[in-house]
Design a protein around this ligand. Structure first.
Ligand code: UT7
Length: 353
């Protein structure tokens, strides 16, 4: 695409469409407890999770992304965009990226399309990338999808991780607008610390350790996480990033009506809200019914809150995320009046279990 002349300074990306999609198969804690050495009580008390949706065998990340993307375009009332960005840790293949395929399946062949890899911070990094394309005048409209199928990389016999993760996709449409209108995204805080690479990792399948055969190789293709250390980082990094974003925007904590953290674990979300001094009533969470859905978690939580009318036009919303890398990021926006927001599941809502 050709690049137009320098855009005006008040040009910004404005949220104008939102949707989520969850695969129909629901896996409860009871079901997991039948084949793993765990219990509903343990999972609920340590994570706040009651159930999660899992993709069927053969269902790939792009299949979820297309469903969420189609619904987000419908929510925005548009059928074309200039770019499709997919934030994911579980692309359909290591090569090529998933976004071009998603764009093609949405009838958007020919538009710019690329993936963003920032693990559970992927949606916030993707939001900054999409906002940058719009602010720079490179695109007028962008479809951003956070989609992950962690069930394809988590060892089903690993009780620490199998209980946490769920599959899903959430999507937003951003259009060019003004920095001072509702829905305009920004300020942003983004960061990383690669010294923490080993805390969250899939060891094999990349250039450092290529694919092999045998049981050891299979284990190395599974998702590995040092849960306790990650927990501590998740709380401190999201809290610090949220504070940095408020400072950039010259806002106080009390100016925030809704905080939407990456849905990692309910205890982590409560700690972040507590450390910031925000009452838990301002916390947006759907982790109880979907688990940790990676890059999909923030847009799925937003879509769920919008459909249930627990987030309202005019409210100041703070998004904050933490993930492998290590990576973290936050973003502020004033919630816009969206024309249409459906529950992120084709058969109904995602009520807390
Ligand atoms: O999206 C990226 C961000 N990811 C996260 O935010 C995840 C962060 N970490 C966590 O959410 C928690 O660390 C976990 C939920 C993964 C684990 O909870 P924890 O309270 O940190 O437990 P732990 O790892 O310290 O394990 C405590 C005990 C251990 O047994 P011992 O060594 O004390 O005998 C574990 O083996 O609990 C055991 N355990 C379980 N027991 C029953 C671990 N998983 C389970 C399980 N059921 N599913």
């Amino acid at each position: 695409m050709s690049v137009p002349p320098t855009p005006p300074h008040d040009r910004a990306a404005v949220l104008c469409g939102l949707a989520g999609w969850l695969p129909p198969r629901v896996v409860t804690n009871e079901e997991l407890s039948r084949r793993l050495d765990t219990s509903d009580a343990w999972i609920r008390s340590r994570t706040g999770i009651g159930r999660r949706h899992l993709a069927e065998p053969g269902q790939a990340t792009s299949d979820l992304a297309v469903e969420a993307g189609r619904r987000a375009l419908g929510s925005a009332g548009v059928d074309d965009v200039d770019a499709v960005v997919v934030a994911t840790t579980t692309p359909d293949r290591s090569c090529p990226a998933t976004a071009p395929l998603v764009a093609d399946r949405l009838g958007l062949t020919g538009v710019a399309a690329f993936d963003v890899g920032a693990v559970c911070t992927g949606f916030v990094y993707g939001l900054a990338s999409a906002a940058g394309l719009i602010a720079a005048g490179v695109a007028e409209r962008v479809l951003l999808i956070g989609a992950d199928t962690y069930s394809t990389i988590v060892d089903p016999d690993d009780r620490s991780n199998a209980i946490i993760f769920g599959d899903g996709a959430g999507a937003v449409v951003l259009r060019a607008g003004h920095a001072d209108e509702p829905g305009a995204v920004g300020h942003f805080d983004l960061g990383s610390d690669g010294a923490g690479e080993e805390l969250i990792m899939v060891a094999a399948g990349g250039s450092r350790q290529r694919s092999g055969t045998g049981p050891v190789a299979l284990r190395d293709h599974h998702f590995a996480m040092r849960g306790k250390e990650v927990y501590r980082h998740a709380v401190t990094r999201m809290t610090a990033s949220a504070r940095a974003t408020l400072t950039l925007a010259d806002h106080k904590v009390d100016d925030i009506d809704r905080i939407v953290p990456h849905q990692a674990n309910l205890r982590i979300l409560h700690s972040v809200a507590d450390d910031l001094g925000l009452p838990t009533e301002r916390l947006v969470s759907n982790v109880g019914s979907v688990g940790n859905t990676g890059a999909a978690s923030i847009p799925l939580a937003l879509a769920d809150a919008a459909a249930r009318r627990t987030i309202h036009a005019g409210e100041r919303v703070l998004l904050t995320a933490f993930g492998g890398g290590l990576t973290w990021g936050s973003c502020l926006l004033t919630w816009p009046a969206l024309a249409r927001t459906d529950h992120p599941h084709h058969t109904g809502g995602t009520q807390e279990p």
